[in-house]
Design a protein. Structure first.
Ligand code: NDP
Length: 484
């Protein structure tokens, strides 16, 4: 396959980094995707300075310009979804259809926020002082640092970059080092637009070096991060030190309750899809299946049949439903969790093994554990693996208590035919997104996304709620009769 050697994008120019990394295909470790530049500290500073210069120019360009640029990016992403989706599939390992869907969705984030540009309307207020007029407007925060993960290498940055630009900010983006090709593809689409030099900058490099410097920089006004909890904690600490606005999406341990009155086949389909889709590497994955004892055995039996039926293989092969795990270290971590689960007393019903395929890659069988307890580490820690754990519960109340017993609170689901239970769950489940008779994974692009507890920190992402993070509010008082 073709090699794609690429560079950083700083101040409106493609620039070589000081070093390079090799980027390998997780479906076929003999396939070198390309060599990718790594930014130096000086190059990061250059990007930050360029962003600072470009931001007021972009803000002054006005809403029609910003709308048109975002619409242009979104339209191109949607039109080229299959082409760019192939890059995502080759590099991240998700099946081609998922890669294509992700890029199309990324386009929708841009077209949605293109429309939001035109809706940036303020408020008028009467003053308690006669003769004084008040208005409240949203203004850009300034330079936004975006640090994104590898599991949705185009969609996650898109839902951050689109509102950042829509509301008049400049961006310095540090993508995950595992997925630089997707980052370059998205940057090429953005760079094709007529935007001020420096408005959008791509600085690839190691998180602990380039990422850390970026989030610790005093030249950044706001940080939007998606990734792991430990890195998030570090970012929050430096943001507080610098008084930088921060928004973070992190780990999860999403529960799905399956009640005794659920449509069993629907429940199994939703549970399996949410647990194993994207190789389980989704922050919305269903990792704790809390199943009523009356239907537990029947559910588990069907779940195993569903897991066995998945076709695991090369992400670019037709018919593949589950691609490889993203990297060797992630696969090693997954296998360690399989061992840990058994040591903790969980019963391995299916999977738990590496799989051999015609190409050498990081393939793992979808894995089902039963007989698990909520206090086991496999039910406390985010595994980010195609592993799901069944917990038996004797009643709805017990199931809800278990579901809420987690440091995380991103998504949560219930499968039931009872309207009153569904309503109770919706009101009493501590999570940012609750799903009734739907999988825990799968969200829309025009409404807020985020969680509670250790899952999220700061204002919500997406939909009109995104304005809270990407803007700052200014209240103006004007004496109506002020002399010239
Ligand atoms: P990280 O949190 O390490 O990486 C996320 C992003 O942060 C990447 O761009 C990374 O760069 C960058 N980064 C890493 N260290 C720093 C730092 N000190 N300062 C600033 N930026 C940094 O997650 P991983 O990719 O290593 O995944 C580890 C685990 O995190 C997964 O197994 C999963 O449990 C969880 N995770 C959760 C996600 C979610 O959506 N909930 C998404 C991704 C991961 P680089 O790639 O160069 O290291």
């Amino acid at each position: 396959m073709t090699m794609m050697n690429t560079e950083l994008y700083i101040d409106g120019r493609w620039t070589a980094g000081t070093t390079e990394i090799e980027n390998w295909n997780p479906s076929d470790v003999s396939d070198l995707i390309g060599l990718y530049s790594q930014a130096s500290a000086d190059q990061l500073d250059e990007a930050l300075a360029a962003a600072r210069r470009a931001q007021p120019i972009w803000w002054a360009a006005g809403i029609q310009k910003r709308h048109d640029v975002l619409m242009g990016i979104g339209t191109e992403l949607m039109a080229r979804a299959a082409e760019i989706g192939r890059i995502v599939a080759r590099e991240e390992g998700k099946p081609l259809a998922e890669g294509t869907g992700e890029v199309y969705r990324a386009g929708q984030f841009f077209t949605y926020f293109a429309a939001e540009v035109l809706r940036n309307q303020g408020d008028l207020a009467e003053s308690v002082r006669p003769g004084v007029e008040i208005d409240v407007r949203r203004e850009p925060v300034g330079v936004v640092a975006i640090v994104s993960p590898w599991n949705f290498p185009v969609a996650t940055p898109a839902w951050k970059i689109a509102p950042a630009l829509a509301f008049g900010n400049a961006v310095v983006w540090k993508p995950a080092n595992l997925t630089p090709a997707s980052a370059v593809a998205l940057t090429e689409v953005i760079a094709r637009q007529d935007i001020p030099a420096g408005l959008f900058n791509l600085v690839t490099g190691p998180g602990r070096d380039v990422g850390q410097r970026l989030v610790e920089s005093r030249d950044v006004d706001a940080i939007s991060f998606t990734g792991s909890v430990p890195v998030g904690r570090g970012i929050a600490a430096s943001a507080v030190t610098n008084m930088t606005k921060v928004q973070m999406e992190m780990g999860s341990k999403n529960p799905m309750i399956v009640m005794d009155d659920a449509d069993l086949d629907l429940a199994v389909g939703h549970a399996a899809g949410a647990a194993f889709g994207g190789t389980g590497q989704k922050c919305t994955a269903a990792s704790r299946l809390i199943v009523h004892s009356a239907i537990h055995d029947a559910f588990v039996e069907k779940l195993v049949v569903a897991a066995q039926a998945y076709k695991v293989g090369h992400a670019l092969d037709e018919g593949t439903q589950i691609g490889p795990v993203v990297s060797e270290s992630q696969l090693t971590q997954n296998m360690d969790y399989v061992t840990l689960a058994q040591q903790e007393g969980a019963e391995l019903l299916y999977g738990g093994t590496r799989l051999d395929r015609p190409t050498e890659g990081y393939f793992m069988a979808p894995t089902v554990f039963a007989g698990t307890r909520n206090d086991m580490r496999i039910n406390r820690e985010e595994m980010f693996a195609p592993i799901t754990c069944v917990i038996k519960a004797d009643s709805y109340d017990q199931a809800l208590t278990i579901a809420n017993d987690s440091e995380f609170g991103l998504t949560a689901g219930i499968m039931t035919r009872s309207l009153s239970r569904a309503s109770h769950f919706r009101a009493n489940m501590r999570a940012g997104c609750v799903m009734v008779n739907l999988p825990t994974a799968g969200t829309d692009y025009h409404v807020p996304f985020g969680g509670r507890g250790a899952s999220s920190f700061g204002p919500r992402e997406q939909g009109r709620y995104a304005a809270e993070f990407y803007t700052t509010v200014k209240t103006a008082y004007v004496a109506a009769g002020t002399p010239e």
